[in-house]
Ligand binder design. Structure first.
Ligand SMILES: Nc1nc2c(c(=O)[nH]1)N[C@H]1C(S)=C(S)[C@@H](COP(=O)(O)O)O[C@H]1N2
Ligand SMILES: [Mo]
Length: 219
């Protein structure tokens, strides 16, 4: 699959999500800036973990998996699974919030902290944004500052088990501070860039940031 392709059979779904984005029809609440509630405005709690993707769930066995981290960095790297596993591993607990209005509390993750990645590749002073590229051609963008949040993880384990293929295994990004579309599944490349570059949903009407507490759903 080239970087530009999207599975054709999902075009209709994408088109309707774009339309919802234009209509902003899920905008419901008012900001809860103090996080007095655990549930951000317009969300409902779920106990399961729904699956959302573009219609392709790439199968990347760990022995074929590679992660490229490059762009505006001093030390670009290409990691195989053994090299990735050799990095310091941490555990976090976080809630996740999906723009389609579900939230799931207390997810236990294991993986590598974004801080470890930053120490490894050393972004240049002019690097201000990060673009995630996935094995299914999905992309999404965050600021370097958000990437550097202490709870941002490249996660391989959820609730003590390897993250399943449908949820982005062998490795996905987890950015609990933003809506879940920012958390790229099947991560293949982390690119540091000097100019912001909106990703797949960001160019289709989703907000460029995505703070659930501010309901930054659609632009
Ligand atoms: N590679 C990739 N990552 C992705 C997506 C995708 O289609 N491809 N979808 C995003 C969206 S819109 C959401 S809501 C979450 C869903 O993650 P989940 O299926 O594990 O719940 O993944 C995000 N990351
Ligand atoms: Mo989503």
């Amino acid at each position: 699959m080239s970087d530009e392709e999207t599975p054709a059979f999902k075009d209709k779904l994408i088109a309707s999500k774009e339309r919802w984005a234009r209509e902003g029809r899920l905008l419901t609440g008012s900001p809860d800036l103090q996080h007095a509630n655990r549930l951000p405005p317009g969300q409902r709690e779920v106990k399961n973990w729904p699956v959302l993707d573009l219609g392709a769930q790439p199968n990347i066995p760990r022995d074929q998996w590679r992660l490229f981290i490059n762009g505006a960095v001093e030390n670009a790297v290409r990691l195989d699974w053994a090299a990735f596993e050799a990095l310091p591993q941490v555990e976090t607990v976080s809630d996740m919030h999906c723009v389609t209005q579900w939230s799931r509390y207390d997810n236990h993750w294991k993986g590598v902290s974004s801080r470890t990645i930053l120490d490894l590749v050393m972004p240049k002073a002019e690097a201000k944004h990060v673009v995630f590229h996935s094995y299914d051609t999905y992309t999404t963008n965050v600021s370097l500052e958000v990437f550097a949040d202490p709870d941002v993880l490249l996660a391989h384990t959820w609730e003590g088990l390897p993250i399943t293929r449908e949820h982005g295994g062998p490795l996905r990004v987890m950015i609990p501070r933003w809506y879940l579309w920012k958390s790229a599944k099947w991560i293949k490349r982390i690119e540091f860039v000097t100019e912001d570059r909106p990703g797949f949903w960001e160019v289709r009407g989703y907000h460029n940031e995505g703070d659930p507490w501010l309901e930054q759903r659609y632009s």
